[in-house]
Ligand binder design. Structure first.
Ligand code: PLP
Length: 386
């Protein structure tokens, strides 16, 4: 009855999303902002102005490419972040994820190779799976693997700033090298960039897309306000040369016609009122402290079994087991019994083979809860080794 690609969809994501909501479960598995830090008061006041104002624009079908004032606001935001943009470069999407899905539909023929930075964002794997791509996974730090993947595919998915899941943030030299390889092979880069603003101390290097544009190359920059404002607004975008946006707008039209108007107007008000200027320093300080708490707890409780690299921003610490006998898919199950939920590495592997790694989130919980979660995880490791 169902299309054949559905046979290969992952069911573990739903399991860990459900597990994360159980009472008394410490959820280190999700990728959620801290709900206590949402700018609720400001958003409510924008909503009141929109709902009780004289325009009923929010009740109408919005233009397919997005409400004009929001396209303009996003173009300004992108320009401030180093990627010079005009409204015609912006396609408003329902979250960054819809942007990725639209790109997959527009550029991937069925069964075509897709170069994917791995470990990969599992939403990307889910979004592109219906195209049944031949996954050409590459480690972004391995120049040979990168070249091989860019040779195999004319579309490459990258997360240069605080990758999900492994938290890696690429330096200027690596970014320049990637643009050069893309230019040599004619590869179109899909830069997925929702975490750029969540650095702890040092601002994130210029995006791949800004560098590609400066070099006269095409680019696809996928942005989102989910991690900096609120995921419930589903405010995302694709930034690309205008002729590409025109074609992608046709794909969006066949997908949901238009993103809902009210969240678009809320996102526009937030950008216009420069809400991020007050919001981002709060998030950076809170997340830096929580990341430290997680790293300290890991040192105390898991240092014999796992290794990791301290991130400089983003939302995650990526741990890799030092021992052959630790299987993180089994550890995920054992963790649930001990009241802690993690994301096992298997869900970030396009071919589902990784059993050595796991992603731990530090943004959602308080420092005390993070410590408790890691303590429980250590007990779960002991269980799996028995
Ligand atoms: C790497 C990456 N890309 C895109 C997204 C999509 O976010 P949204 O659709 O909420 O904008 C996420 C969310 O977790 C992510 O981690």
């Amino acid at each position: 009855m169902f299309a054949s690609w559905l046979k290969s969809s992952n069911d573990i994501t739903a399991q860990f999303l459900a597990a994360g909501k159980l009472p008394d479960m410490v959820n280190l598995g999700g990728g959620l902002p801290d709900a206590g830090l949402y700018p609720e008061t400001e958003i409510k006041s924008y909503a009141a102005q929109i709902l009780y104002g004289s325009s009923s624009e929010w009740l109408e079908y919005a233009p397919v490419a997005g409400i004009a004032s929001l396209r303009q606001a996003i173009a300004k935001l992108e320009t401030e972040n180093g990627l010079a943009s005009a409204p015609e470069n912006i396609l408003v999407t329902s979250g960054g994820l819809q942007g990725l899905s639209i790109v997959g539909q527009a550029f991937l023929d069925f069964g075509a190779p897709a170069a994917v930075q791995s470990p990969a964002y599992l939403g990307l794997i889910d979004a592109w799976r219906p195209r049944q791509p031949e996954w050409a996974s590459f480690n972004v730090h391995d120049t040979q693997a990168l070249k091989a993947a860019f040779t195999a595919s004319n579309l490459a998915y990258l997360m240069p700033a605080f990758a999900n899941p492994d938290g890696a943030c690429l330096a200027d030299q690596e970014l320049e090298h990637i643009v050069q390889v893309a230019a040599e092979h004619g590869t179109l880069m899909v830069e997925d960039d929702p975490y750029r603003e969540l650095y702890f101390d040092t601002p994130t290097p210029l995006s791949l897309s800004a560098r590609a544009k400066a070099a006269g190359l095409p680019y696809l920059h996928i942005g989102s306000l989910s991690k900096t404002l609120a995921p419930g607004l589903r405010a995302g975008w694709i930034n690309a040369p205008a002729e590409i946006i025109e074609r992608l707008t046709l794909v969006k039209q066949g997908s949901d016609m238009t993103s809902p108007g009210l969240p678009q107007l809320l996102a526009e008000a937030a950008i216009r009122n420069r809400l991020m200027d007050t919001q981002l320093p709060k998030l950076r300080a809170a997340y830096k402290a929580r990341c430290s708490a997680l790293l300290n707890a890991l040192d105390t409780h898991l240092g014999d079994w796992f290794e990791w690299r301290a991130p400089t921003g983003g939302m995650f610490v990526w741990v890799t087991s030092k021992r052959e006998d630790i299987d993180t898919t089994k550890l995920f199950e054992a963790g649930l019994k001990h009241g802690v939920c993690i994301s096992p590495g298997v869900v970030f592997d396009p071919i589902g083979a990784d059993t050595k790694t796991a992603r731990l989130n530090f943004t959602f919980n308080t420092e005390a809860k993070i410590e408790e979660g890691v303590r429980r995880l250590a007990k779960a490791v002991q269980d799996t080794l028995r």
